[in-house]
Design a protein around this ligand. Structure first.
Ligand code: ME8
Length: 531
C-alpha cells in the first residue's frame, strides 16, 4: 500500500530525469517550471521540501546521439547535462538535488537494488524477440504501432530485436497493483490518467526485459558484465539515489532514510506507464515504499503534434527567456495550460496574456496607485491596512480569492491558482475605478482622507498578490515587495500566512514608482514605431 506521511516528513517532489540526447526544450522546461511552482508553494506553507531533478544519461539513444556528435558518451553527457542546469538557472528553478544517472553513487544504488530484486526471485533469463522504439527506449506491442511499425509518438519505424535478456517478473504484481490503484484513487492523477492505467492493466501485465546485450553504454548487470541494465530500470532509481548524501558510502538504506518515499512524481503522460506500473512493482519487489502520487500532465504541442527532441519541432525556452524574461515564460505556461491537459503555444497568445495579466492587471494597478500616493501622500501610508472601514467588502473579496488560490495550489490546479490570484488584481482595478481616488483627492477634506485610505487597501491587495503569486513569478513578486518598501530579506522570509490581510502598516514608505513588468511590444507595434 502507499505509505502514510506525517507532518514532519519532507515534501519530496521530482521532475522526470531528462534524456541527454539533446538539450532541453520547452516541454522539459514545462514540467520543471510546474514542479518549481509546487515546490515554492510547499515551502511557503511551511513544508521542508526536497525538490529533485536531473538527467538520464545511459542507453542506446544517448550513445547514438554522442556518436553522431563526434564525442564520447561521457563528454556528450557532461555538456548536455550542463545545458539543463544552465536553463534551470535562467528559469529560476529552485531545485535542491540534481542527479545524473552516471553519478557513481547512483550506479552503486542501482546495483544494490538489482541484487535485491534478484534475491527476491523476480529476475530470470529468457530469449526475447520484439519491435523496439529507440526513442521511447521501449519494446512495443504490434497493436500500438502505426503503418510500417511506426511508433505513434515518434513516427519512426520500430526495429526488430532478438536478444537473450534478463526479465523482471512484472506479471507477479498484477493483483497487488490493481488493489493499490483501487484503494488509493489519488495515487495516479488526474483521474483520467488513473483510468488510462487501469485500462492498460486489463489486458494483463507482461514481464519486461531489464537488460541489453546489444548496448554498451549503461550500468553492468551484476554477475553478468556482458549485459547492461535497461535504461528505465536504471533511471527510475535516480529518484532515490538523488537523496543519498554525497559524503556517505552510497546505499539504498541511507538514501531511503533521507526522505523516501517521494510525495509527488511530476511527469508527462508519455511516461505514465513506467511510473504508475513498472516503478511501483519494482519498489514492491525490493520491499520499498511507494510514492504518494504520480501526476501525469499533458503535452505542449505545435501544430497538434507533441513538441519533442525526437521530432525536432521544439520551441527554444532559452530564447523565450532571453526575449521575455523568466516570469513571463513561467506565468504563460502555467496559466494558459490547464494542468493535466495538452496546450498549444502561439506567440500572439503569449504576448497578449502576459501583457494583459502581468503588465496591466497587476503592474498598472500598482504603478498608478503608487503614483497617486506619491503625489498626494509623499509615498507614505496614512493608516494600517487592517483598518479597512469603507473597503470592508473589498477586503472580504480578496480574502476569499486568496483562500481559493491556496486550495487550487494544494490540488495542483496551477492554472486555477493563477486565475484566483489574478482575480484579486481585477477586484483591485474595479475598486480603484469605482472609488476614483484621483477625484476624491481633488475634493480635499474628508474625501482626501478616504482616498488616502483607499490607496492603502489597494496596495495591501497587491502585497497579498505578491505572496500568493510568488510560486509562479518569483522575480515579479520580489519587485512588488520592493515597490512596497520592503527589503529583499522580508520577501524571502514571507510565508503563506503573509497572505492574511493586514500586513501593510501606517507610516510605511513606498519606493518611487517604477514599472515592475515592461509591457511586451507586439511585432506590429515594433514595426509601426513608437506610439
Ligand atoms: O522520458 N510537452 O526523458 P525525456 C510537455 N529520461 N512535456 C514534455 C514535452 C511536451 N511536448 N516533451 C517532453 C524521459 N516533456 C526519461 C525520463 S524519469 C526516471 C526518466 C516532458 O527527456 C514531460 O515531462 O524524454 C515528459 O514526460 C518528459 O519531458 C520526457 O523527458
Amino acid at each position: 500500500t502507499c505509505s502514510s506521511t506525517s507532518s514532519q516528513d519532507p515534501f519530496v517532489l521530482t521532475t522526470p530525469l531528462y534524456y541527454v540526447n539533446a538539450p532541453p526544450h520547452m516541454g522539459s522546461a514545462y514540467s520543471t517550471i510546474a514542479a518549481d511552482a509546487i515546490a515554492r508553494f510547499q515551502r511557503l506553507i511551511g513544508k521542508k521540501v526536497i525538490f529533485i531533478t536531473g538527467t538520464d544519461e545511459h542507453g542506446e539513444k544517448i550513445a547514438t546521439a554522442a556518436a553522431a556528435g563526434g564525442s564520447t558518451p561521457n563528454d556528450h553527457c557532461d555538456a548536455i547535462s550542463q545545458s539543463y542546469r544552465a536553463l534551470w538557472k535562467d528559469l529560476d528553478i529552485s531545485y535542491d538535488k540534481f542527479i545524473r544517472t552516471t553519478d557513481p553513487k547512483h550506479e552503486a544504488i542501482v546495483e544494490e537494488f538489482y541484487s535485491k530484486v534478484l534475491a527476491n526471485g523476480d529476475i530470470y533469463r529468457a530469449d526475447y524477440e520484439g519491435l523496439y522504439c529507440v526513442n521511447c527506449e521501449e519494446y512495443k506491442d504490434e497493436k500500438e504501432l502505426l503503418e510500417n511499425n511506426c511508433c505513434p509518438m515518434h513516427l519512426k519505424p520500430c526495429v526488430s530485436r532478438k536478444e537473450d535478456n534478463y526479465f523482471f517478473a512484472l506479471s507477479k504484481y498484477q493483483k497487488k497493483l490493481e488493489d493499490i490503484l483501487e484503494h488509493n484513487p489519488d495515487f495516479v492523477q488526474p483521474l483520467y490518467r488513473l483510468n488510462e492505467v487501469q485500462n492498460w492493466m486489463k489486458s494483463g501485465l507482461k514481464d519486461f526485459s531489464i537488460s541489453r546485450a546489444s548496448v554498451d553504454w549503461g550500468i553492468r548487470v551484476p554477475n553478468d558484465p556482458k549485459q547492461t541494465i535497461y535504461v528505465w530500470f536504471d533511471a527510475l532509481l535516480g529518484y532515490i539515489s538523488a537523496l543519498s548524501d554525497d559524503h556517505e558510502q552510497p546505499s539504498l538504506q541511507t538514501a531511503i532514510s533521507s526522505g523516501w518515499p517521494a510525495s509527488l512524481h511530476l511527469i508527462g503522460k508519455d511516461i505514465l506507464r513506467f511510473h504508475a506500473v513498472y516503478w511501483p512493482a519494482m519498489l514492491m519487489s525490493a520491499g520499498l515504499s511507494l510514492p504518494n502520487t504520480v501526476f501525469g500532465h499533458g503535452f505542449l504541442t505545435k501544430d497538434g503534434m507533441k513538441m519533442g527532441k525526437s521530432l525536432g519541432n521544439t520551441l527554444e525556452p532559452k530564447e523565450l527567456v532571453q526575449r521575455f524574461g523568466p516570469d513571463a515564460v513561467r506565468y504563460f505556461f502555467l496559466r494558459e495550460v490547464e494542468f493535466g491537459n495538452d496546450g498549444d503555444y502561439s506567440e500572439e497568445r503569449f504576448i497578449n496574456i502576459v501583457n494583459a495579466h502581468l503588465a496591466n492587471t497587476i503592474g498598472n494597478l500598482l504603478n498608478r496607485t503608487l503614483g497617486l500616493l506619491k503625489k498626494n501622500c509623499q509615498s507614505t501610508l496614512v493608516a494600517d491596512s487592517s483598518d479597512a472601514a469603507e473597503g470592508i467588502e473589498f477586503k472580504d473579496t480578496v480574502e476569499k480569492l486568496v483562500e481559493k488560490s491556496k486550495v487550487h495550489y494544494e490540488s495542483l490546479q496551477l492554472s486555477s491558482a493563477c486565475e484566483s490570484v489574478m482575480e484579486i488584481g481585477n477586484a483591485g482595478n474595479l475598486y480603484i475605478d469605482a472609488r476614483a481616488p484621483w477625484s476624491l483627492f481633488k475634493q480635499g477634506g474628508e474625501s482626501f482622507d478616504s482616498a488616502a485610505k483607499d490607496l492603502v487597501l489597494i496596495l495591501e491587495a497587491v502585497r497579498i498578490i505578491a505572496v500568493a503569486l510568488s510560486p509562479v513569478t518569483p522575480n515579479l513578486c520580489l519587485r512588488i515587495y520592493r515597490q512596497l518598501g520592503y527589503t529583499d530579506q522580508q520577501f524571502h522570509a514571507a510565508t503563506w500566512s503573509d497572505t492574511n490581510w493586514g500586513g501593510l502598516k501606517g507610516g510605511q514608505v513606498m519606493a518611487p514608482p517604477t514599472p515592475i513588468f515592461a509591457r511586451i511590444e507586439t511585432v506590429e507595434e515594433a514595426e509601426s514605431g513608437p506610439a
